[in-house]
Design a binder for this molecule. Structure first.
Ligand SMILES: Nc1ncnc2c1ncn2[C@@H]1O[C@H](COP(=O)(O)OP(=O)(O)O)[C@@H](O)[C@H]1O
Ligand SMILES: [Mg+2]
Length: 345
């Protein structure tokens, strides 16, 4: 039976952090597979000349006929360069070191160099429910192209001493891109990766993140997990390497959290629309009938919100257990902490 869902996710999500080794590629590949497991149509774009997302998806980067380099230089349509990732269940725009040459060529272009990826993506946006972009470890023209093409940016972070410093540089770039070319660019969330709850510094940095960024910090935490580190050597997402591992469960939980956030946003929007409709109906009927209250009730009930989340995801994320990502203070205390500081939902 086909899985039914009605909530569209933010379509294009750039996975960015100019620091290397923070878990961008691991997040890109495993989130792609986890979202694909919910029957969403997922495209993963490798925009790093290292081609790690390509190799981690089981595609040999040294034997590519077409790649993201050709697409950025407008030599081919994006759809002509896509490969199917099996196992994984998603499409991939692969990359290799040719992308370095593409970046240099972009830099010498007199105009339009920041918008190449956005233009290339335009014809395929509707063919996918989610498009994830794995960015290189630099705030360079490739990352700028990703942020210009994206609806939101997901920031993987290791909770280390200098992490917050790097974060402000990235947020500055996001702000500049928002002001210059892409006003709708949002922060999808900050993801704590390779987390070790026994490390006091990690717990401190994590607490600081929550203080500064509130519910922009994903509740799901990705633990340090050997299965996540070894899956790329098999050319597979961890879900197809060891689906019971904490790494696999934590990326399923992340997908579930993202879907739930979207559902909550949709529900808020639907109930706001229903209240507006009810108010309008009450207003217009007030003169004609003596029962404005009744019309408000009817208007309110005429906007059902259908949200069906796939079982596996719902289960994996219903209440993060000690198995699925560690929350230093426990999941409920994190929520309580937010309530105590009365941050918005
Ligand atoms: N949660 C994790 N647990 C253990 N190893 C991880 C985890 N996330 C990433 N790694 C490993 O850390 C290294 C850097 O991760 P990667 O995703 O390539 O970072 P980036 O793309 O930001 O450079 C890789 O060897 C990867 O396998
Ligand atoms: Mg990488």
């Amino acid at each position: 039976m086909a899985v039914k869902y009605t909530v569209a996710m933010k379509r294009v999500i750039a996975i960015a952090n100019q620091k290397g080794g923070v878990g961008k590629t691991t997040t890109a590949v495993n989130l792609a597979a986890s979202l694909a497991a919910t029957k969403r149509r997922v495209l993963l774009i490798d925009l790093d000349p290292q081609g790690n997302a390509t190799m981690g998806s089981g595609i040999n980067k040294s034997q590519l006929e077409r790649s993201s380099c050709d697409v950025l230089l407008e030599e081919i349509e994006l759809s002509a360069a896509l490969v199917a990732v099996e196992p994984g269940g998603f499409s991939l725009l692969p990359a290799n070191q040719d992308l370095t040459a593409a970046e240099v060529r972009l830099l010498t272009m007199p105009s339009g160099r920041e918008t190449k990826l956005r233009a290339a993506l335009a014809p395929v946006r509707d063919a996918f429910d989610v498009i994830l972009i794995d960015c290189p470890p630099a705030l360079n023209m490739l990352t700028v192209n990703s942020l210009v093409a994206a609806d939101s940016v997901l920031i993987p972070m290791q909770c280390e001493y200098y992490a917050l410093e790097g974060l402000s540089a990235l947020l500055g770039t996001v702000e500049q891109i928002r002001a210059a070319v892409n006003p709708r660019l949002e922060i999808e969330g900050i993801l704590r990766t390779m987390f070790d709850p026994r490390n006091n510094l990690a717990n401190e940095v994590s607490a600081q993140l929550i203080t500064h960024f509130g519910d922009k910090v994903f509740r799901t935490i990705i633990p340090r997990n050997i299965r996540l580190a070894e899956a790329p050597s098999f050319g597979r997402p961890v879900l197809f390497h060891d689906k019971e591992s904490r790494g696999a469960l934590s990326y399923l939980a992340l997908a579930g959290e993202m879907i739930r956030r979207e559902e909550e946003d949709e529900e808020r929007a639907a109930s706001a629309a229903a209240s507006a409709a009810a108010a309008a109906a009450a207003g217009s009927l007030a003169g004609a009938t003596s029962d404005p209250g009744m019309s408000a009730v009817n208007a309110g009930s005429s906007a059902p919100v259908e949200t069906e989340t796939p079982q596996a995801i719902g289960t994996a994320t219903a209440e993060p257990t000690s198995d699925i990502g560690h929350t230093p203070q426990g999941p409920s205390s994190a929520v309580d902490e937010r309530k105590a500081r009365s941050l918005p939902d």
